[in-house]
Design a protein around this ligand. Sequence first.
Ligand code: SAM
Length: 290
Amino acid sequence: MNYRHAYHAGNFADVLKHIVLMRCLVHLRRKEAPFRVIDTHAGAGRAHLDQAAASATGEWQSGIARLFGADAAPLPPAVADLLAPYLEAIRAENPDGTLKVYPGSPLLMRAMLRAGDALIANELHPADTAALRGLLGKDKACKVLAEDGYRILKAMLPPKERRGLILIDPPFEEPGELIRMTDALKGALARFQTGTYLLWYPIKDEKPVARFQRGVAEVCAAARVEPPASIELLLRVPRNPLILNGCGLIVVNAPHTIHAELQTILPELVKRLDDNGKGTYRLGPTQPSP
Ligand code: SAM
């Protein structure tokens, strides 16, 4: 386990993932009934952007710093409204408005819990698990686990609330991650068909991504759920498969409002995060193969 998310905290990929996550949680909060959020690969929960890892790469400077902090221009009002829960959670970590700390997915999730909602944050790296326990350990609504992220889904689903969101955000250190995600989704849908699932993936080479999307669409069709939404942000045309050209999220049982919301958000996001005029976004339901 060499991957440490602190090097990438707040980069363009985190920004996209966390915006989609927060919009899905806003949607879950619209009904009163409690829900449970499960973060299978949770990370440390909080990154100090001036500390060694994050400052070594400075990835956050071309990510979240373009939306929040002293150097970020004001957002168009419609975008600001949709990003408010996300940016408020970041402001809670940076009360003077200067960006020093970036909250990871578990802290963002916790910011959206109401009385009666619950969070399970799972992380396998011992240092990150310890950090997460320090952040969430005393909160009765939260439980921190240190197991394999895919394995916990077997034990944790369905949640007793029968409403919930599952983020699957692995490190992509080992080959075969897209296949493991697809298999995990299949097992999870068999246990909890109505859950909202967010699966993050990198876009280096397009071909494995297209295979992954077809596989997920087939799993959804077999589980009798609607074709999932796919939400992608590309910083450049993916011609070089050795670099991170963009990233995407598959959202299974996505809120029906998500496409319209992202059609408002993503043009502004591309404008801010793209440095070379080649950036774009793609939104779509993924279709089963013919
Ligand atoms: N979800 C986090 C966020 O958005 O802030 C980032 C997670 S990071 C991309 C992936 C995390 O998975 C790393 O912190 C890594 O230590 C952890 N990890 C690696 N292998 C794992 C496994 N088998 N089970 C659970 N966590 C694992």
